[in-house]
Write a protein that binds this ligand. Sequence first.
Ligand SMILES: [Fe+2]
Length: 287
Amino acid sequence: MADVTLQRPQGSAEDWTIAQDWDRYTPAEHAMWDHLFERQAGMLPERVVPEFMDGLKVLRMTRPGIPHFDELSERLMKATGWQVVAVPGLVPEAVFFDHLANRRFVAGRFIRSAEQRDYLQEPDIFHDVFGHVPLLANPVFADYMQAYGKGGLRAHGFGSLTALARLYWYTVEFGLIRHGGGLRLYGAGIVSSYGESMFALDDPSPHRLGFDLERLMRTQYRIDDYQQTYFVIDSFEDLLRRTLDTDFEPLYARLRNEPELPTDTILPGDRVYTRGTQAYARGKQNV
Ligand SMILES: [Fe+2]
């Protein structure tokens, strides 16, 4: 997602898609994918929601090398009717929402270099495909993503994209979910990051709070470092239902009159799983 002033790059289609050009990946690029994949696949089974691991298997993403989008799309289409399409980089919000609303997930085709192994400014194919695509094989999560796209197209008209971007951020990118008496990861920004996969679950620093749509849409977020607050959903069914059952127009009207909440806020009404120490974020401020 990005602002609407982006210019469509030459060679991309009207909907901003481009060919993946899978044959152009070098052995070093495939090796980078394999390295990142093994590092995450080794530590995730006990940390991520089981539906994520199921998705890796159903989509046969456990095979070595950068996945071919046509093959991924063929398997996804059978599972949930989704496709993966390549784009040159950030795309305007309306384009992004339109793809989601039509069950197409847009992914970058480049892969990070060795120097960028642990920090990336723009999402690469490992973030987009390893992080996001496995859960698109889950029918409920797949419906949530489409509902989000449709909501985005509507929110455009209300001028409420900041609030909606926060919903994406705190669920699709950085969400936690209850599982078996504990918490598990499902957000793509976490599961594609070695450091945050540990931090988000184990570190005493961040708050972990129960999902509340209106509260979450008031909450600022960090784009430069690990999150200071994670929101925990009960289940994908619950997330989908709450999103579909909400009348967003009056919600956006209320949000316009409510103050934004800093990232480390805990409110009296919050369902608190962890009251974080915020030591990690404070330590960074003092550097
Ligand atoms: Fe992402």
